[in-house]
Write a protein that binds this ligand. Sequence first.
Ligand SMILES: Nc1ncnc2c1ncn2[C@@H]1O[C@H](COP(=O)(O)OP(=O)(O)OP(=O)(O)O)[C@@H](O)[C@H]1O
Length: 308
Amino acid sequence: MTYIARTIGVTKLYKGTEAVSDVSMNIRQGEIYGLLGHNGAGKTTLMKMLTNLIKPTFGEIELFGEKLTPRSYEVLKRMGSVINSPVFYDDLSGRENLELHCDYMGFPDKRVIGARMEQAGLQDTGRKPVREFSLGMRQRLGIARALITTPELLILDEPINGLDPSGIKELRVLLKRLSAEYRITLLVSSHILGEIEQIADTVGVLRQGRLIEEVSMDHIREQFNEYVELRTFDVRKAAYVFAHHLGLTNYKLVDEQTVRVYDSGTNPSELIKALVRHDVAIESVFKRAHSLEEYFMNLMKGGEGDVV
Ligand SMILES: Nc1ncnc2c1ncn2[C@@H]1O[C@H](COP(=O)(O)OP(=O)(O)OP(=O)(O)O)[C@@H](O)[C@H]1O
């Protein structure tokens, strides 16, 4: 397993109060890691430590397999970030802003600018001053600026904050494209589960400074498959009907009275009809729909995760 970034027991104290507490997070090369947490959970603080803007009080950070120190200039060149809302010269165009950035940062080769504008979907903005950009365009210009150095890891703090639905969609497409086409590893924070869920390969849940969950979305989806649960007086006969009359294999006998059929496409009425036809008495039927949201919401606010 190759980790591009790791924190090992990282804690940050502000005037004796823990903003981030003993966080060990593992970001794999090539993935989109979604950092989920309510406002104040510690997402920005964690990202600032990863980008060397602030130092952990305790613990260690590893980037590209190397320990992060105040002199880690080389590894920092391999990453880009947008933390807090990006600031631009509003009277200048997107391209001019990126040209100035290259000057400040000492990148003589400005040929990359066109490619970065295009990657961020801003190739058609021409001479339009940034003042006239939508919030979504500003966010994407911030990302284009962070991409100037061709980073392998991109860290984005709440990039969808304040965007309207079309801006959110454009950004989602951009992030997925950066990951799939350009193989950039992404760490993206949000307090909106729906967004993280749609793009992330791994989700880390921060609550009051603690990383209380780090799990792959594939694993979570497997656990949160929708199912139809039937209570019957004869589970074995019900299982027989499912297997031999409906050709199902995706069912499980939970206990002496309960059988679950896992499949989002399962139609409860088909199951009931088949059971009735074969004289299997049914006590109750229950369809469990998407409970992923419930699970993460519980984690974020402090309840127990209800993993089936
Ligand atoms: N410079 C600072 N000095 C003192 N306390 C701070 C400082 N920066 C952050 N904090 C506190 O640390 C905690 C975590 O803040 P942080 O900004 O990391 O959270 P967040 O999850 O990014 O939330 P938000 O989305 O609201 O920025 C909060 O209680 C915040 O008030």
